[in-house]
Design a protein around this ligand. Structure first.
Ligand code: F6P
Length: 364
């Protein structure tokens, strides 16, 4: 292996810079390899200034930094690339142009850190003969084949801190606080932050809820002398018999964006049930800032192991965490199922044992 490239795609996640640093250092130190950084995701291959030769000087001091020094894009899909031709917007498949650039650059391996969207693109390139190795990245923790993706722990800590802060003001004003959290169709962020921060109600997509059950839990707490409640609401949570609430529906280029369930719950509490509540949408704060130690550790291990996988010629695979071991799993296997919270898992059982309600049953 003489030349390797690394790119980051999809929404950013704390720990991406640890990945980039580890790829560069491992490729240079262990493989005596030249490293290129691709700017702003796969689209970088199509831009004149999209390729950046990298050495250890460029990755010095970036471990504590959030975001990605290479930039990213969650709209970049070379299989459906938006162009303006003759004043009109057209969508074309530019994957062959990307492959030609990869061949011109004489790349022996391409490391792609991304969520399920980007890893699907990676898999399609692999099928077309590109020597790809994947790295699972998402704050949502919804990628199959790995116990955890980096970024999740930082997002959970941010959400947990928000719950801690909301406790003091909620308690002082005897109010209900509705905190809407990210996670797409997986409730891991709300579940982990809710348990760690001591939320009173956790609403997640995997356990559809009823407003009446939520209200009864709030009222029961009031009767027992706790006139405040904290609700951790995953953006993908749904009312029983309803569909998720979207902020925008998306199209062939842009993914749909969830958002609005917190607003719905908050409005119902205030207007329908006469319970004073306030809405907080934590949003992109969960993706920003310095990565936790765990995400730096995982990002570093993933980046370094991805280079070793490439050196061993194990393309079409993704690095993954199983227990405490870094392993490899085929992209096909990892992408076959999206990971979701198991409503019957120990984690949910533990939350219920802590007195946390999921809005699916009326409190006893
Ligand atoms: O997948 C990560 C994530 O942060 C989701 O939790 C959220 O729904 C989405 O990305 C937001 O995406 P955008 O950056 O397009 O607002």
């Amino acid at each position: 292996m003489k030349r390797i490239a690394v790119l980051t795609g999809g929404g950013d996640a704390p720990g991406l810079n640890a990945v980039i640093r580890a790829v560069v250092k491992t490729a240079i130190q262990d493989c005596s390899c030249e490293v290129l950084g691709i700017r702003d995701g796969v689209d970088g291959f199509l831009k004149p200034d999209g390729i950046l030769p990298m050495d250890t000087a460029q990755v010095r001091g970036i471990l504590p930094r959030g975001g990605t020094i290479l930039g990213t894009a969650n709209r970049g899909n070379p299989f459906a690339h938006r162009l303006v031709q003759g004043g009109e917007e057209v969508i074309i498949d530019q994957s062959d142009a990307v492959i030609r650039r990869i061949q011109d650059l004489k790349l022996d391996a391409l490391v792609i850190a991304g969520g399920d969207g980007t890893l699907n693109i990676a898999q399609r390139f692999y099928r077309k003969g590109v020597p790809v190795v994947g790295i699972p990245k998402t704050i949502d923790n919804d990628i199959g084949g790995t116990d955890f993706s980096f970024g999740f722990d930082s997002a959970v800590n941010c959400a947990m801190e928000a719950i801690d802060r909301l406790h003091t003001t909620a308690e002082s004003h005897h109010r209900v606080m509705v905190l809407e959290l990210m996670g797409r169709h997986a409730g891991f962020i709300a579940l982990h932050a809710g348990v760690s921060g001591g939320a009173d109600v956790i609403l997640i997509p995997e356990i559809p809820f009823r407003m009446e059950a939520v209200v009864q839990q709030i009222r029961m707490r009031q009767e027992k002398g706790s006139p405040f409640s904290i609700l951790a609401v995953s953006e993908g949570a749904t009312l029983q018999g309803s569909r998720p609430v979207y902020a925008s529906l998306g199209d062939e280029i842009n993914a749909p964006r969830l958002g609005g369930i917190g607003e719905m719950v908050n409005t119902a509490l205030n207007n329908q049930y006469g319970i004073e509540s306030r809405l907080i949408v934590l949003g992109h704060l969960q993706r920003g800032g310095s990565p936790t130690a765990f995400d730096r550790w995982l990002g570093t291990n993933f980046g370094s192991s991805a280079v070793h996988l490439a050196a061993a010629g194990r393309f079409g695979h993704m690095v993954s965490l199983h227990g405490s071991q870094i392993e490899a799993v085929s992209l096909e296997q990892a992408l076959a199922v999206t990971k979701r919270v198991d409503p019957h898992s120990n984690a949910v059982r533990t939350a219920r044992a802590m007195g946390i309600y999921f809005g699916d049953e009326v409190p006893a």
